[in-house]
Design a protein around this ligand. Structure first.
Ligand SMILES: [Zn+2]
Length: 220
């Protein structure tokens, strides 16, 4: 019996939805990567490197230790496995990571501009800002270090400069939903900026309220 089977199946379901909805940038290649933390073990279940998402079967999904040693699986894991492991080691609240190349968030990866607090329901889910992770080449220890330092702010969405987006959540469903919320926000912000009028952000009192709610110390 494969004790990782449900995680593997959930990852494939998520990846194929993200792929078909444009979150990996292309339908045919294998940009982005998705992982789930294995509860009570220093380990993660993660997509393999360079395999088209629509062709994946559960045995293709890798199980890796945070020390990057293989626990189960026959394919090479994503080249960003160390980045995922670094996030789980930095953020004990995170149970899943969805790294995408989603289009509208990628615009802000090019203009190097964080996305401020714009919508209260988005802010509740992902936090008060979408910060930029400084650029480093994919799969390098430098990128892992840049990510670990940026995700420390407690928010759930980030933009990788000149690369794509990082979406975190307590569960895979949360991280997946946050990818969708980020894309909606980035799309709306991009169009609002394009009009040229001043863009209004949430008032400080709302941001403070959201901060308290996210910390579990406030109520609506
Ligand atoms: Zn990527």
């Amino acid at each position: 019996m494969d004790r990782y089977l449900e995680y593997r199946k959930d990852i494939i379901t998520c990846c194929q939805w993200l792929c078909q909805n444009g979150f990996f940038g292309t339908l045919l290649s294998a940009g982005g990567n998705v992982s789930i933390r294995v509860p009570d073990e220093p380990a993660l279940v993660i997509t393999p490197s360079g395999r088209p998402y629509m062709d994946l079967v559960p045995s293709d999904i890798c199980v890796m230790g945070f020390d990057l040693n293989r626990i189960d699986g026959h394919l090479a894991p994503s080249i960003e496995t160390a980045m995922h492991a670094g996030i789980y080691q930095t953020r004990s609240d995170v149970g899943a990571v969805v790294h995408t190349h989603q289009t509208y968030a990628s615009i802000f990866a090019l203009i190097n501009q964080p996305i401020p607090a714009l919508f209260d329901e988005v802010c509740l889910a992902i936090g008060e800002t979408v910060d930029i992770v400084p650029y480093a080449f994919s799969g390098t220890p430098e990128l892992v270090e840049n990510v670990k330092q940026t995700v420390d702010n407690g928010c759930n969405c980030f933009i990788l400069k000149n690369h794509g987006a990082l979406n975190l959540g307590q569960s895979l469903k949360d991280a997946w939903k946050n990818a969708e919320l980020l894309e909606k926000t980035a799309q709306a912000y991009y169009h609002a900026l394009s009009i040229g009028n001043p863009v209004s952000t949430l008032p400080d009192s709302t941001i403070e309220k959201v901060r308290q709610l996210r910390a579990g110390i406030g109520h609506l």
